[in-house]
Write a protein that binds this ligand. Structure first.
Ligand SMILES: [Zn+2]
Length: 487
């Protein structure tokens, strides 16, 4: 039976003592999962042949006119899809509407490839029905043509720095980085934001007031597509223009690390939103450091209806013998729309957790029947008693003791007291072998509960006080083109 793994968006984990993806059901209302089924093609495992990876449309705000922001049309341009992900997850729209597709070419994002089936951004003029991406392109075309969409922003990462005149190898008219791209000067006079050149100029000017270095200056690049640019004719933005919608290509530079690319994308997108009359709030600071932090935060995945939740900001490269439901699709819920859980290529039964272009951890599942008779355990923690739901994190200063429950067996992973059931025993950090922790910092340990051989649920103990678990975050540690690093 094919395993289908959908990625969706839980809310941000709260910073309280117990953390779990919050408000998931409510937030799913914002998500329109478009049913363009994509095949990952070569994925093979005993459990699955193909894996649908649909793109996600996240609708923020409510208004008769929406701004459509698209990221990830090419899978190797993380600045664009990371920025779009931040808009989808960290912005609140107070006035107006923003629809975000952060992961248009999701299979290519996961594979760190420009395109698994050629360049998707050249498929908007003509496309054979036999093309593996036909359904995806049709769905995004429908979205672009949706009567409520009034402005289309397509986020890219381009090489070098576009300059209208040749300056040097990296700064010349053949480069695409750091530019606002338009297909022509203007659309009809009645078109919303149809004065494309003026709008692009104004946006570039505003973004240029916050450059990190003068070298990064943004320029407007008019490709004069209708005058015979055979390549740009096939692009998503020209498709929008042909259908009477104002559309812009936004390019950050591949010379930058991902957070700087996303920083410039967000500067441009915010300038466009303001000009489109959208009012918004963002819950992080718009600086390269603020963007880097926001990209590192809230990485998590849950399984089995949140009976298993793993925070992954500081995950070990592998998590072994994680109990996951047997005989039912291993549905994973991820905290970000550019995350996916898929069988690892060539590694049989293992699951890889992907975040954009990177694989952040590998899971070796222990496939189990699920027992649904219990949702929480009672735990004595640092002298007080707590009900601890499965899928949550319990902060522990000194010790936690799971109260015994007849018929159930507790297994604290990495702690061996010689008994089959580890309930009723004070669990302290020093009792755990560090290599069994979920995190690299050896603070997070799994407590699993079983009924006979069936798995009931799991929660985590977090030793050493609250606060960030992101000791070593999954972002590149040096700047540069993403080809070697993924990000
Ligand atoms: Zn691109």
């Amino acid at each position: 039976m094919p395993t289908s793994i959908h990625t969706q968006r839980p809310g941000r984990a709260s910073a309280s003592a117990r953390v779990r993806p919050r408000g998931l059901a409510a937030r799913l209302g914002f998500i329109l999962l478009l049913c363009a089924l994509l095949s990952l093609g070569q994925v093979r495992s005993p459990r699955a042949e193909t894996f649908p990876l649909d793109f996600t449309t996240i609708r923020l705000g409510a208004a008769p006119r929406a701004v459509l922001v698209v990221g990830g049309i090419q899978g190797d341009e993380p600045g664009g899809f990371s920025a779009a992900t931040l808009i989808a997850t960290r912005y609140e729209i107070a006035e107006g509407a923003v629809w975000v597709v952060p992961n248009l070419n999701f299979p290519s994002i996961i594979r760190r490839s420009r395109g698994l089936h050629g360049d998707m951004n050249r498929k908007f003029a003509r496309l054979a029905e036999s093309d593996p991406e036909f359904a995806t392109v049709r769905r995004i075309q429908e979205l672009i043509c949706h009567p409520e969409v009034g402005l289309v922003l397509n986020l890219h990462d381009g090489s070098g720095y576009y300059r209208p005149r040749h300056e040097d190898r990296l700064r010349n008219p053949a480069r695409w980085g750091q530019s606002v791209i338009i297909d022509q000067d203007a659309l009809g006079p009645d078109t919303f934001m149809g004065a494309l050149a003026e709008e692009a100029d104004a946006v570039a000017r505003e973004a240029n007031s916050r450059l990190i270095r003068p070298l990064h200056a943004l320029h407007v690049h008019n490709t004069h597509t209708a005058a015979g640019d055979r390549e740009m004719e096939k692009s998503l933005s020209y498709y929008a223009v042909r259908h009477g919608k104002a559309a812009f290509g936004l390019e950050a530079s591949k010379e930058f690390p991902v957070e700087l690319r996303a920083y410039y994308h967000l500067l441009m997108v915010e300038a466009f939103l303001k000009r489109a009359g959208v009012r918004f709030r963002r819950d992080f600071e718009l600086t390269p450091a603020g963007v880097a932090g926001a990209l590192r935060e809230n990485l998590g995945v849950s399984f089995a209806g949140n009976r298993v939740f793993l925070p992954l900001e500081d995950a070990r490269p592998a998590i072994s013998y994680l109990p996951l439901p047997k005989n039912s699709p291993a549905r994973a819920i991820t905290s970000k729309p550019i995350m996916a859980v898929l069988p690892c290529e060539g590694k049989g039964d293992r699951l890889c957790v992907h975040y954009g272009n990177r694989t952040i951890t590998l899971i070796r599942p222990d496939w189990r029947e699920v027992d649904a008779s219990l949702d929480a355990m009672t735990v004595q923690v640092d002298g007080r008693e707590e009900t601890v739901p499965f899928g949550s994190i319990l902060d522990v200063r000194e010790a936690a003791t799971v109260r015994p429950r007849p018929g159930y067996r507790v297994n604290a992973i990495g702690m061996d007291c010689g008994k089959a059931d580890e309930s009723g025993i004070a669990l302290r950090r020093k009792d755990f072998q560090p290599r069994f922790s979920v995190d690299r910092g050896a603070r997070l340990f799994r407590v699993e509960v079983y009924k006979d051989k069936r798995f009931s649920g799991m929660f985590l103990l977090r030793f050493g006080g609250g606060g960030a678990t992101a000791r070593r975050a999954p972002l590149p540690d040096r700047p540069g083109p993403e080809t070697s690093l993924g990000f």
